[in-house]
Design a protein around this ligand. Structure first.
Ligand SMILES: [Zn+2]
Length: 47
């Protein structure tokens, strides 16, 4: 299957930055970061 997307996550409120391979992972990371810090991660598909 062609699940080869990349999503770049960036926090506007701290230095957090990650690249993940699926929208589901991006949403999970964003939820985790928000749970830990109260910050919102923005994510954009980059590939
Ligand atoms: Zn943050």
């Amino acid at each position: 299957m062609s699940e080869s997307s990349l999503y770049h996550l960036v926090c506007r409120e701290c230095a957090e930055e990650q690249v993940v391979e699926s929208a589901a992972a991006a949403k999970q990371r964003a939820a985790d970061h928000e749970a830990l810090t109260g910050h919102r991660l923005d994510f954009a598909r980059v590939a």
